[in-house]
Design a protein around this ligand. Structure first.
Ligand SMILES: NC(=O)c1ccc[n+]([C@@H]2O[C@H](COP(=O)([O-])OP(=O)(O)OC[C@H]3O[C@@H](n4cnc5c(N)ncnc54)[C@H](O)[C@@H]3O)[C@@H](O)[C@H]2O)c1
Length: 432
């Protein structure tokens, strides 16, 4: 079966309309990219061929067909990972072609620095900025990020990857800085609390200094954690928050709060052109399945046929934003004129228990569609609540709507379906 003969999968937005592209046309520029091209990049590292016994013939193309349903023939831009089950090894074939990127006139082409660009959010932002025709430099110390998440751009004339820790000064000529470098999951940011707060403070100070020197526009990826365990629902940007300054999450929450303070210090004192995005819970492919965040936990447990672990009774609520909506929001904010903090998140609220049930249903649907029956229906089991776990978190995104004309388009179900397929492919690859 060839890629073109495989039936493609339709992705529908909240209104039931088909999503064929990501991005938008606003603020005087076109930042739309076909969804299939973007997909071909994040499904690429898991585009698996399982080598047969003699390692040359009888290649199993099921996974290839699976992905072709998403990427609609963009496989020419994908490298291949060949899994050898006999020797438990994997061989990689590097790209010989890059996907076409826009040819921008020099006046529109920006030199963009993305700190933390090898992480989950950063790598998707980099894909988008590259496809839009910008010159992108990724700065990352690979603490939680991985070279493989951006390796498909290595060698491209518009791309540069630098291993560097943002707590050390860094000099480069640039027009825009997206400052993402900071571990985002509790397991990772609590691993070394002092380093986390140092990254937030010293790293942000260094990048703001760079923005001041180069007159670059600076965007900080802050977080909904600045609201702590909020007493106001949903949380608007002018809510000051309810944060425990000495709790286990303080290194991250207070780190981001001081990063915001620094950002506005440079803005007010030195006229640095700043943007602050307060990001709410985001999920999508390339999330590290080992980092303990609820979405990846549930999906991986369900795919492995293990029971899903819910902390507490599961009545605490969360909202979940899909990565493409967030990247749209970040690019819109960077190119808008709004210097105030802006919430970016999806307001659809789920209890954790409802969410676990939804993940279980979607994993079962995907397994059925692919003709693989689950051996048994997994159960939902309960464990004790971690300390300072917020009971409720939901964004008020009216500012993003009025100022950026931005609203989430992806339903949680569509995003989850894509993510289940991504992890399923990773498992087939043998890397999960
Ligand atoms: N994912 C979410 O739901 C979410 C929510 C709110 C805010 N954010 C923010 O978005 C940003 C990206 O989050 P993510 O989910 O992609 O996390 P991530 O851990 O996947 O990515 C963070 C990246 O920063 C790099 N990094 C960490 N410390 C560094 C340092 N000292 N120097 C250089 N690089 C460093 C890591 O190696 C990694 O590549 C973070 O600033 C995070 O606080 C994310």
């Amino acid at each position: 079966m060839t890629a073109s003969s495989v039936q493609s999968i339709r992705t529908l937005d909240k209104n039931g309309d088909e999503i064929t592209s990501v991005g938008f046309q606003r603020f005087g520029f076109d930042c739309e990219v076909p969804l299939d091209v973007v997909r071909s990049l994040y499904l690429r590292p898991h585009y698996v061929i399982t080598a047969s016994d003699d390692e040359t013939h009888g290649v199993d193309t099921r996974e290839e067909d699976d992905h072709a349903r998403f990427t609609k023939g963009y496989s020419a831009y994908q490298s291949k990972s060949i899994y050898h089950p006999q020797s438990q090894s994997i061989s990689y074939t590097t790209l010989t072609r890059f996907p076409p990127v826009k040819l921008l006139p020099p006046s529109s082409r920006k030199r963009v620095l993305v700190t933390g660009g090898a992480g989950f959010v950063g790598s998707h932002l980099v894909d988008r900025l590259m496809l839009l025709g910008h010159e992108v430099t990724v700065l990352d110390n690979f603490f939680t990020g991985s070279k493989t998440s951006v390796s498909h751009w290595v060698g491209h004339p518009n791309f540069e990857l630098v291993r560097h820790d943002v707590v050390e000064p860094f000099m480069i000529e640039c027009d825009q800085i997206y400052h993402l470098a900071c571990p985002a999951s509790p397991v990772h940011y609590q691993f070394n609390a002092v380093k986390t707060i140092k990254t937030s403070f010293q790293g942000t100070l260094n990048m703001l200094g760079l923005a001041k020197r180069t007159k670059a526009r600076f965007l900080l990826t802050s977080t909904s954690e600045v609201y702590g365990d909020p007493e106001v629902h949903p949380q608007p940007e002018d809510y000051w928050g309810h944060v425990n300054p000495i709790g286990p999450r303080a290194c991250y929450d207070e780190g981001k709060r001081v990063a915001e303070t620094l950002t506005y210090g440079f803005h007010n004192q030195d006229g640095v052109d700043v943007r602050v995005a307060r990001i709410f819970n985001t999920y999508g492919p390339r999330m590290n399945p080992q980092d303990g965040r609820v979405v990846s936990n549930f999906i991986v447990q369900a795919l492995r046929g293990q029971d899903l672990t819910v902390y507490g009774d599961g009545s605490q609520t969360r909202s979940f934003q899909y990565i493409h909506d967030l990247v749209d929001g970040l690019i819109a904010l960077m190119n808008s004129s709004d210097t105030r903090p802006v919430n970016l998140g999806n307001g659809d609220e789920f209890t954790i228990l409802e969410f676990a049930q939804l993940v279980r249903d979607i994993v079962e649907d995907v397994q059925r569609a692919d003709g693989v029956a689950a051996p048994r229906r997994v159960n939902i089991v309960h464990e004790g609540l971690p300390k300072d776990d917020p009971q409720k978190r939901r964004p008020d995104t009216s500012r993003a709507k009025s100022s950026l004309d931005w609203q989430p388009r992806w339903t949680v179900r569509m995003g989850l379906e894509e993510m289940v397929r991504y992890y399923k492919a990773k498992m087939a690859e043998g890397s999960l």
